[in-house]
Each structure stands twice: as structure tokens, then as C-alpha cells.
Design a protein around this ligand. Structure first.
Ligand SMILES: NC(=O)c1ccc[n+]([C@@H]2O[C@H](COP(=O)([O-])OP(=O)(O)OC[C@H]3O[C@@H](n4cnc5c(N)ncnc54)[C@H](O)[C@@H]3O)[C@@H](O)[C@H]2O)c1
Length: 442
């Protein structure tokens, strides 16, 4: 039997690790000397910012190599190719059309670091090309696209990690474990806040000619045709509904993902109560809201989300974070660490829980990427699945839809993918793609 490269990597890894005994490969198995033939060949679509950081985290592991880069802005493509050469001594092939890149057999895994409106097409094409995928969050820019991606992931059976890296962050992992094991008693509320200056939008700019080296039509892709404007382009696209969903979905998927984790909730919310507006008086270039307060009643607890774009301070001296409130204590957590504040029980003369603190952590991209690479070899399921990406994204998209159609109370039927009390909201579930692009049919 002739094995292809990917099957060979998987087979040789499983036997090297004595799989069956270990569920996660110890990194020592992939120690300093990984033969070139056993390396995972990684390609990146969307190279400017976060996708490239994720690529770096892959290349910092000694069992991944960069085979190809793809971007529609040749200036960025060339800069990133130089960066890869300088930092890692590797010379990836360069592409401006991700479909051509995906045709290449020597690519094992693809990182999707494009703006959100591209994720669905990048993802489905990559699955159909039999690539494993690290897809950035939010899973997609609309609920309908998220569902297509979920169905595609289930059909095509590749390894998929969603870039909600807090699933690999020790502070959140320990916090959720404490909540699940009853350390703060009965969980009653999850209070989330997110305050960031960038959420106010970019400085206003006039429409202008497309910069040299940019394939703007391919940047727009399935989104409606519009004149070029810098304030809607690199980085700033996230404040315009055609490409992104503002600060609320940008941070919302990370933080809501944590709020769903204690009960492993994987469906969209049944009921969502939303205030969405503009209270800052600062009109950067954006369509998205600068102020949102959202309540998600769950069967056993309630999630509150409080977002104020344009400020950088927040409760507990943190710009963003989550308070898990239980009968016996409250855990306040963000990516840097957590504190457990126990309730004092006067009748018992003692605290009802034990104080705990963890501090000094930073981002969790490295373990999140490591988990992905290990799963490529073992074919196990990574820690952040498309189902988790779907649930977080739907929780983030519904309040934005509520704000856009002016319906503060929305009822959602996750099974049938529709709102039961607003026709206007149903219009915003799935986008119309600009030809020649078509919504994938799974
Ligand atoms: N997990 C996290 O913490 C985190 C943090 C930041 C951003 N992100 C996510 O990463 C993604 C990228 O965000 P960003 O801030 O890096 O955006 P960005 O605008 O800085 O970079 C996007 C890149 O994609 C390229 N691109 C656009 N269309 C393309 C296409 N069809 N083919 C190839 N390249 C294309 C652009 O030219 C640009 O270089 C978003 O989904 C965002 O939500 C995740």
C-alpha cells in the first residue's frame, strides 16, 4: 500500500508515540530532531496581522514548516515572505488566489487569517482539498455561514481547530474546572465586560484609488462591490457589517465561549435581550455599535455582556474579563489570571470556599497551536471544535442583528436556524454573495 505524505506522518507518529497509551503527544516526542519528511507543511491565507502571528506560533514549533503564503495584497505577501525567510530560513511559495494554493498536494494544513467575510469560502474549499484547518474566529461573519461550515466540517472529517485560544489558556481552563467541580457552589451568573478603544472605528477617510499591488476585487470576494476606502480595509474592516461585526463579535466570541463552557452548551441561545446603540458621541468610520448590553437567560444561570467601545478601563481594574458568580464565591478571570473571592458565611463563622489566585499568564496561542499540530498527527479532536466556534459566533451575531433591526428581544430556534419573532431579523441570517461567488452547498 502506498501512503501519501499526510498518511505517512500520521502513521509514523502514532507508532512513535505508542498511541493508545497517550491521548496527547508529549512535546518531547517532537524534540529537536524532527526529520524533514515528518514535518507538517503549513500554508497561510491572509498574512497581514493575526494570521501571521498564528503562522509564527506554528513555525516556532520544530515540527512545522511554511510551504506557502497567500494574500491579495502583494505588498504584504512579499513582506511576510521576507519575514519567514529572515526568522525561519524558509522560502514558501507565494499565491494571490487561495484556490490555486489549495490545489497543491504538499500542503497538510491551512491557517485561515482573512477578514471574517472570507472564512466560509476559505474553509469549505480547504476541506474539499483535504487540508486540516486552523480557522480564525469568529467562525464566520453570519450565522448562516457558520452553519454551512459546521456541516462541512462534519462531512469532510479533517482536523479543525478554531482560533478561540482561551480554550488553551490555563486561567480559563482552571476557572471552568473550578466552576464545574462546584468550587463556587451553584453557578448563578456569568458577567462579561469588554472595553476597548479600537472599537470606536478608524479615523474617517475619503474613497481613493486602489493601492498598487492590491487585488481589491479578491479582497471584497463575496461582499458587495464598493469603492475602495482605507478605513474599511486592512484591520478596520471589522467595523463594517459586510466584512465583520464590530467589537462585540471580535471579543464576544472569545468571552462568550468561556461563559458557555461550564455547561458545555453548543447551541445558539433561545432568548436574547439586547441594548445596542451609540453613546460615545465619537463617530469613527464604522457601522457597528459602540455600546451594547446583552442578557442571555440560560436554563440554570444567566449570562450578562457589557461592552463599551472607546474606553479602556473596566470593573475589577481590567478592560475586559469575566466574573463567574456562584453562591459560595466569585471567580474574576481574564487571560492574565484569576482570583477566587469566597463568600463569608456568618452562621458558620468561615468562608464557604477557598481563596485562589493565578497570575502572570499571557496569550495562549502557543499551546493552542501545539494542540492543533498534535491532533494533525493523532487525528484526535482539537480543544476548540467547530461546534464551539458555532455556538460562540451565534451568541455574538444575534445581539448585532437585534441592534440592526431594532428588536430588543429576539427568540431563536437553533434547530431550524430562524428567529421565531422577527422577519426582519431572519433577513440577516445568511448573506447574499456577490457573483461569481456562491454560498457553498454541503
Ligand atoms: N484569535 C484572536 O485573538 C484574534 C485576534 C485578532 C484577529 N483575529 C482574527 O483574525 C482574522 C484576521 O484579522 P486581522 O486583524 O489579521 O485582519 P487584517 O486585515 O490585518 O489581515 C487580513 C489579511 O487577509 C488578506 N486577505 C483578504 N482577503 C483575502 C483573500 N481572499 N485571500 C487571501 N488573503 C486575503 C488581507 O489582504 C490581509 O492581509 C479575523 O478573522 C480576526 O477576527 C483573531
Amino acid at each position: 500500500m502506498k501512503l501519501n505524505r499526510r498518511e505517512f506522518i500520521k502513521k509514523s507518529t502514532l507508532s512513535a508515540a505508542g498511541i493508545g497509551m497517550f491521548s496527547i503527544l508529549p512535546s518531547s516526542v517532537w524534540g529537536a530532531k524532527v526529520p524533514p519528511s515528518d514535518r507538517i507543511h503549513v500554508a497561510l491565507i491572509g498574512c497581514r496581522n493575526h494570521g501571521f502571528l498564528i503562522l509564527r506560533r506554528h513555525l516556532d514549533q520544530n515540527d512545522a514548516v511554511c510551504t506557502a503564503l497567500c494574500d491579495v495584497d502583494e505588498n504584504i505577501l512579499n513582506d511576510r515572505a521576507n519575514d519567514v525567510k529572515e526568522s525561519y530560513g524558509q522560502e514558501p511559495r507565494l499565491y494571490t488566489d487561495f484556490r490555486r494554493m489549495l490545489e497543491q498536494d504538499d500542503i497538510d494544513a491551512v491557517i485561515i487569517g482573512t477578514p471574517d467575510h472570507w472564512h466560509c469560502l476559505n474553509f469549505v474549499y480547504a476541506l474539499q482539498a483535504e487540508k486540516d484547518i486552523f480557522v480564525e474566529k469568529p467562525l464566520a461573519n453570519t450565522i448562516g455561514e457558520c452553519k454551512i461550515m459546521l456541516d462541512a466540517a462534519n462531512r469532510y472529517n479533517q482536523v479543525v481547530q478554531v482560533g478561540q485560544q482561551q480554550r488553551s489558556n490555563l486561567a480559563f481552563m482552571e476557572t471552568v474546572e473550578l466552576v464545574k467541580t462546584g468550587a463556587i457552589g451553584n453557578l448563578r451568573k456569568v458577567n462579561i465586560w469588554a472595553n476597548f478603544n479600537y472599537g470606536i472605528g478608524a479615523a474617517p477617510a475619503d474613497d481613493s484609488p486602489v493601492p498598487e499591488g492590491v487585488d481589491y476585487d479578491m479582497w471584497l470576494g463575496p461582499a458587495p462591490e464598493r469603492p475602495f476606502n482605507r478605513a474599511r480595509f486592512h484591520g478596520s474592516w471589522r467595523h463594517f457589517w459586510d466584512y465583520g461585526s464590530g467589537l462585540f463579535s471580535d471579543w464576544g466570541v472569545h468571552l462568550l465561549d468561556m461563559a458557555l463552557w461550564p455547561e458545555d452548551l453548543l447551541d445558539g441561545p433561545k432568548t436574547v435581550l439586547t441594548y445596542a446603540g451609540d453613546t460615545s458621541g465619537r463617530k469613527g468610520m464604522r457601522e457597528t455599535f459602540d455600546t451594547m448590553n446583552v442578557v442571555y437567560p440560560k436554563d440554570n444561570y444567566v449570562i450578562n455582556y457589557d461592552m463599551t467601545a472607546g474606553v479602556q478601563e473596566g470593573p475589577w481594574d481590567k478592560p475586559y474579563g469575566i466574573a463567574f458568580v456562584g453562591d459560595d464565591g466569585t471567580i474574576v478571570v481574564n487571560r492574565n489570571g484569576y482570583d477566587l473571592y469566597p463568600e463569608y458565611d456568618h452562621s458558620m463563622g468561615r468562608h464557604r470556599a477557598e481563596s485562589r489566585t493565578l497570575s502572570g499568564l499571557s496569550d495562549a496561542h502557543e499551546p493552542h497551536v501545539r494542540n492543533f499540530l498534535d491532533c494533525i498527527k493523532t487525528r484526535e479532536t482539537p480543544v476548540c471544535t467547530p461546534e464551539m466556534g458555532y455556538a460562540a459566533a451565534v451568541h455574538a451575531h444575534i445581539p448585532n442583528i437585534a441592534g440592526r433591526v431594532g428588536v430588543n428581544h429576539l427568540e431563536w430556534d437553533d434547530e431550524n436556524l430562524r428567529f421565531t419573532n422577527s422577519d426582519a431579523a431572519n433577513e440577516l441570517i445568511t448573506p447574499e454573495y456577490r457573483a461569481p461567488w456562491r454560498l457553498p452547498e454541503i
